[in-house]
Ligand binder design. Structure first.
Ligand code: SAH
Ligand code: SF4
Length: 359
């Protein structure tokens, strides 16, 4: 059964003010309420000690704090934690907490599933249900913040879904993270499959967020096969949009490059990639393929091939980083988020064992 009560997470302080005054309470209570919800990630009205019980009772009748709850929680041996997050209508998505020595980051979902159909991605293979609301997006952050002893200062939109297909809700969610939670826009990364009109719209907003493009090949013929979106917005066009985005915002951009054995890890692609990105203030982030049970049996390249690809890029003047893998043992790594039933999760952990054997 879905819960018809409205959630407060997803509303800004001015919107919460309307709720509070509508219940006949003093306006200054709105700030107190917002600071419980966003500042302390408190999900229960009962525990908001400095609010009068009249307000708490008034709220509980028509409102919940957070529209999302935890359906499952897994902890990896490397400290990564993955939540299966449940919406009011029973749909689920995944959110991942990634503690590092110098900071804590989290990876949030923007949609239930994803309609983009990339052939290497567990989310894409699972189909699409709907967009998440701003409250459901920020709600994931708040669930993770309650688990984390340290403050989560960085957010990446690299969970389930294509964030730019849900641009309005994404922008509202980022504004809440910035204004209510207090995160710097500079610490928010949006990763996109490459939707050109939406990239241009985002550029017009001039938010100092970090944009990452999942490029995965400099060649249309290869990218067409990996990502159906390329047939609509091919390589030159999407890289042009990133170049303009970089100029408009002044922010460095990232090109994400998934490495799949024998598909896009050949040195001619490294040369073309270096040429394509020359003159753009950018980083190329290499992501060795994480095992997903796809029909085309993609494999991760051996580390020697990855090293050669990277060395070629660097010899041509590119700045290159390599994604540090996290949460492999709980299928929380990039591209492995499927948010499906336990049955599916169990099947995935079997294929992961196979992959470990391959290494
Ligand atoms: N839809 C957005 C953001 C979510 S996917 C996008 O595609 O950019 C986040 C990142 O994980 C993307 O760069 C995506 O290409 C990558 N990814 C997907 N499947 C993967 C896999 N099997 N192994 C490694 N990375 C993968
Ligand atoms: Fe969607 Fe991104 Fe997966 Fe492609 S890689 S199917 S855009 S989540």
């Amino acid at each position: 059964m879905s819960d018809a009560r409205r959630s407060l997470v997803g509303q800004s302080t001015p919107e919460i003010l309307e709720v509070v005054t509508g219940l006949g309470e003093s306006p200054y209570r709105a700030k107190q309420l917002a600071s419980w919800i966003y500042g302390r990630a408190e999900p229960e009205f009962d525990r908001m000690g400095n609010l009068p019980s009249s307000l708490r009772q008034g709220l509980v009748a028509d409102h919940v704090v957070n529209p999302v709850t935890i359906a499952d929680h897994q902890v990896s041996s490397d400290g990564t934690e993955k939540l299966l997050v449940k919406m009011g209508d029973g749909e689920v998505c995944e959110a991942v907490l990634m503690p590092y020595r110098d900071r804590v980051s989290c990876c949030l979902s923007s949609q239930i599933g994803c309609p983009m159909g990339c052939t290497f991605c567990a989310t894409g293979l699972g189909g699409f249900a709907r967009n998440l609301t701003p409250g459901e997006i920020v709600g994931q952050y708040l669930l993770l913040q309650r688990l984390s002893e340290r403050r989560i200062g960085h957010v990446v939109f690299m969970g389930m879904g294509e964030p730019l297909l849900n641009l309005d809700h994404l922008v509202k969610a980022m504004a809440l993270l910035h204004e209510e939670v207090g995160l710097s826009y500079r610490h928010i990364t949006v990763s996109t499959v490459g939707m050109v009109p939406q990239i241009r719209k985002l550029a017009e907003l001039k938010l100092p967020i970090h944009l990452a493009l999942s490029l995965h090949s400099p060649f249309d013929a290869v990218r067409d096969e990996l990502m159906p979106v390329n047939r609509k917005w091919p390589v030159e066009e999407v890289v042009g949009a990133l170049r303009d985005y970089q100029r408009a915002t002044g922010r460095k951009v990232t090109f994400e490059y998934l490495l799949i054995d024998g598909v896009n890890d050949l040195l001619d692609q490294a040369v073309a990639l270096a040429r394509l990105t020359r003159g753009i203030k950018c980083i190329i982030n290499l992501i060795p393929f994480n095992y997903v049970d796809t029909p085309n049996r993609f494999k991760r390249p051996k580390s020697e091939r990855i090293r050669r690809f990277r060395a070629k890029l660097e010899s041509l003047g590119a700045t290159v980083t390599q994604r540090v893998e996290r949460g492999h043992d709980i299928a929380a790594a990039c591209g492995q988020l499927a948010g499906k039933s336990q049955g599916r999760l169990a099947r995935r952990s079997q294929v992961l064992d196979l992959q470990q054997a391959q290494r």
